[in-house]
Design a protein around this ligand. Structure first.
Ligand code: UDP
Length: 366
């Protein structure tokens, strides 16, 4: 008999299992895939010696010193600061939208104060923006929205931006200074050696069964666990009884090149509708200190797609939110089970938020 059977070896499951094990509880982890780490899984490409994030780029960032200290106890981090560029209308601009973007786009030379006034003249005052489109227009105005946000968002989510939650766009700051670091968070960096070694440490001495689908033997797992910790998709848990929630997934096209540097930056976004991918990654740039050790470079095109077997992003449209409310109600009636993480909570969490919630959950229990 286990105190906990954890379903899923991503950040929620890993941190939860690690902490309860540390507190003397008996815990077993089962994972459907053939590797640990969930969508944070990374590996070193043997040929180029470049660390690749199999399921898309994961840049660690947090405003919370405790979470930063926690994750640093499992890995050393480099001092990578995330900077993104975007190509729109054949020109390259700085992201998130900052003074350089505004001046270049409007061919102006504004100071921060002038840019604030300028943006005010461009935005539409929408008292309570109800969706992504309204929120974006209330922050940057229609012209910048249409150039940098609208088509990218349609490609990314395959739905109308007016059907998406406003919070999706507030992930990106808008600045009237030349600060072009993507995140506002004080703590950021990339783990030396990638993410997988972090998971190896988190799961140290914890029994783990890979290639094991919880739903094939649900009754059995429940019979050997006092509590199940479920981190898979919430709609799957309830057998889609209230309908399917929409998830967005990604397909990656990987190319190796005999070049030192292909695009000069880790991520180049593509804002225009005609370009079928949303961004091009060159992971070598995440680890500048190791760049001289790599042979050539790797370039990855990211194509958003629908793949029910590989949920990445919760779409969270109005219809999804209605369905979710029913699953949440059903969740509250379940006993001896904890639901946690991006998939089980259907929330667009960042890594640090998942770690934070797993730690809080353990604190509450113990
Ligand atoms: N976004 C956009 N244009 C960009 C970058 C982001 O319109 O060049 C919007 C888009 O809707 C995206 C959201 O902002 O889904 C959040 O972007 P973020 O970079 O946080 O996405 P992630 O890294 O999680 O894929």
């Amino acid at each position: 008999m286990y105190d906990f059977v954890v379903v899923g070896a991503g950040f929620f499951g890993a941190v939860f299992a690690h902490e309860v094990k540390k507190a003397g509880k008996k815990v077993l982890v089962i994972e459907k895939r053939d590797h640990i780490g969930g969508n944070c899984y990374s590996y070193d490409d043997q040929e180029t010696k470049i660390n690749i994030h199999k399921y898309g780029p994961h840049i660690f960032h947090t405003p919370d010193k405790n979470i930063w200290d926690y994750i640093n106890s499992f890995a050393d981090f480099n001092n990578y600061q995330h900077r993104v560029l975007t190509t729109a209308g054949g020109k390259v601009y700085s992201l998130p939208i900052n003074l350089a973007t505004i001046n270049q786009f409007y061919n102006l030379n504004l100071t921060p104060r002038e840019a604030e006034e300028f943006l005010k003249s461009k935005i539409s005052a929408i008292p309570t923006p109800a969706n992504l489109e309204e929120k974006a227009i209330s922050l940057i105005g229609r012209e910048l929205y249409e150039a940098f946000i609208k088509s990218y968002t349609i490609k990314q989510w395959n739905c109308d931006p007016s059907d998406l939650p406003a919070e999706v766009i507030t992930r990106l700051p808008v600045r009237t200074s030349y600060n072009d670091v993507y995140y506002d968070d004080n703590y950021q960096g990339m783990p030396i050696g990638g993410y997988s070694p972090i998971f190896e440490k988190l799961f140290k001495d914890i029994p783990l069964e890979l290639k094991t689908d919880f739903f094939e033997k649900k009754d059995y797992w429940q019979s050997i666990a006092r509590t199940i910790v479920y981190t898979g998709p919430i709609d799957r848990y309830f057998d889609y009884c209230y309908g399917k929630l929409r998830w967005r997934s990604c397909r990656f096209e990987i190319k190796k090149m005999q070049l030192d540097d292909y695009q000069g930056v880790s991520i180049m976004n593509y804002a225009d509708r005609e370009v079928p991918y949303t961004r091009m990654l060159e992971p070598k740039h995440f680890y500048r200190e190791k760049a001289h050790l790599s042979r050539g470079t790797v370039v990855i095109r990211e194509y958003p797609c629908d793949d029910p077997e590989a949920p990445y992003y919760p779409v969270c449209s109005k219809m999804d939110r209605e369905i979710l409310a029913k699953y949440q109600e059903a969740q509250s009636r379940e006993k001896d089970i904890i639901f946690g993480g991006r998939l089980a909570e259907y929330k667009y969490y960042d890594m640090w938020q998942v770690i934070f919630r797993a730690l809080k959950q353990v604190e509450k229990l113990l």
